[in-house]
Design a protein around this ligand. Structure first.
Ligand code: ASP
Length: 424
């Protein structure tokens, strides 16, 4: 009952944030709105996000260790791991295909060739030039380097830098060690279990006290600075991304829950609302992770599976991001007057799936990784400058989709394990 009331309050806060923020955007130049935005919306919103971020590294570490131990059998762990990876890769490929097909049909970039000459392109070109002069941009990282970087030299450094893939690798090793050693590592295991209890308590406390006001402020801040007017010019691009996100959300995740997990999609989506709003408000899969795991566990997902699948998903599974990249690539090709060949479209699908794995679950990274996709099909990455202005709102929406994909995967695998347990 309590959690239902909290969910309703968060949804009210979200809607109020959109309305107040949109009004604020009209008067964004006045000092009153600037002051309220800076000292209230932004400050409270950031405090709320920091409170959640504070828990992300410990939650990922502890959850994955306990998830691995909880699965209890290295073979079963391998099976779950494989299923998770296959689900992540397939849904991301489907997501980008939906996006590309929709963009090819609607042609959001048709008749906008003037955009390529805009100042946004020139100024983003300067940013790219500066980047290539300095340190290697993440989008330019080679495949072998990405592979090497999965393995941390110093796990403490990985934690302080928030390098989630390395934290996950380290956690899996600790978990396997703990699982194989069994009672010999009992005290450490109990320590992790109790630490997990503490973290879960802190999360629910933060949610109870801060979630409605924090969500309101985050959303109001995002909308106040969003420059909603800019949406008009890029309206069709915006609508196609949104439509593809919505299609993917309901068809693919709803279908997964209904036909593979054999459960009610409505119940699933409803139970996941608190996480969706945090993902939306914070534009970060990582920040939403503690809440999204709490939601799925409440829906009956086995804790070991939620703890293993969702942190992995928050780091490597970004269907919403792939959707934005698919539409953006077609859009940029259209405004550049380029015709994408079938081979180029297939290249976009493959590269976007890889980019999605490399995209960190924090705000805005999807747009940086888009440079990698554009370069692969000979489009000018400086065109990102055109869509950057409205990306914040799309980032919020795609993050909500990203984390729902992780949750749907955990839900599906957990239900399948439940059925296996009943039939054996
Ligand atoms: N903000 C997204 C996430 O955290 C990543 C992105 O697309 O920029 O899931």
């Amino acid at each position: 009952m309590k959690s239902k009331k909290l969910t309703i309050n968060i949804v009210i806060a979200l809607v109020a944030g959109i309305i107040i923020g949109s009004i604020g955007d009209i008067y964004a130049d006045t000092s009153l709105v600037k002051g309220v935005d800076q000292y209230f919306f932004n400050t409270v919103g950031q405090i709320f996000l920091n409170l959640i971020f504070m828990l992300v590294v410990p939650v990922v570490f502890v959850s994955i260790v306990l998830g691995v131990v909880g699965v209890g059998d290295p073979k079963l762990l391998g099976g779950i791991g494989l299923k998770t990876l296959v689900f992540f890769l397939c849904t991301t490929a489907i997501a980008i295909t939906i996006a590309i097909v929709l963009a090819l049909i609607v042609k959001p970039g048709a008749g906008h060739s003037d955009l390529m000459k805009s100042t946004e392109v020139a100024s983003y070109q300067k940013t790219l030039d500066k980047q290539s002069e300095g340190a290697e941009a993440p989008a330019n990282q080679t495949f072998d380097q990405t592979l090497i970087n999965l393995f941390p030299k110093n796990p403490i450094e990985s934690m302080t830098q928030g390098n989630m893939l390395q934290v996950i690798t380290f956690s899996i090793f600790i978990g396997i060690g703990m699982m194989v050693l069994g009672d010999k590592a009992l005290i450490v295991r109990q320590f992790f279990e109790q630490f997990n209890e503490i973290l879960m308590y802190i999360i629910s406390m933060i949610m109870r006290v801060f979630a409605p006001i924090g969500t309101f402020c985050l959303v109001a801040h995002a909308f106040t600075g969003a420059g909603l007017g800019a949406i008009k010019q890029l309206g069709l691009y915006f609508i196609v991304v949104l439509a593809a996100l919505i299609l993917h959300f309901f068809l693919i995740y709803g279908g997964t829950i209904k036909f593979i997990a054999k459960d009610s999609p409505i119940k699933f989506f409803k139970g996941f609302i608190p996480a969706i709003t945090i993902g939306f408000g914070g534009s970060s899969s990582n920040a939403a992770l503690p809440v999204s795991m709490e939601c799925t566990k409440k829906m009956g997902v086995r804790p070991a599976i939620a703890s293993f699948v969702q942190p992995l998903g928050a780091t490597i599974n970004m269907d919403g991001t792939a959707i934005m990249q698919g539409v953006a690539t077609v859009f940029i090709a259209q405004i550049s007057g380029a015709q994408l060949t079938i081979l180029q479209i297939l290249t976009v699908i493959v590269i976007a799936v890889i980019a999605s794995i490399g995209t960190a679950g924090v705000p805005g990274v999807g747009l940086i990784m888009l440079a990698m996709v554009l370069t692969a099909v000979d489009l000018n990455p400086a065109a990102i400058g055109i869509i950057i202005g409205i990306d914040r709102l799309l980032d919020m929406t795609r993050t909500a989709v990203n984390i729902t994909g992780d949750a749907a995967c955990a839900f599906m695998i957990s239900k399948q394990e439940d059925r296996k347990a009943v039939s054996s």
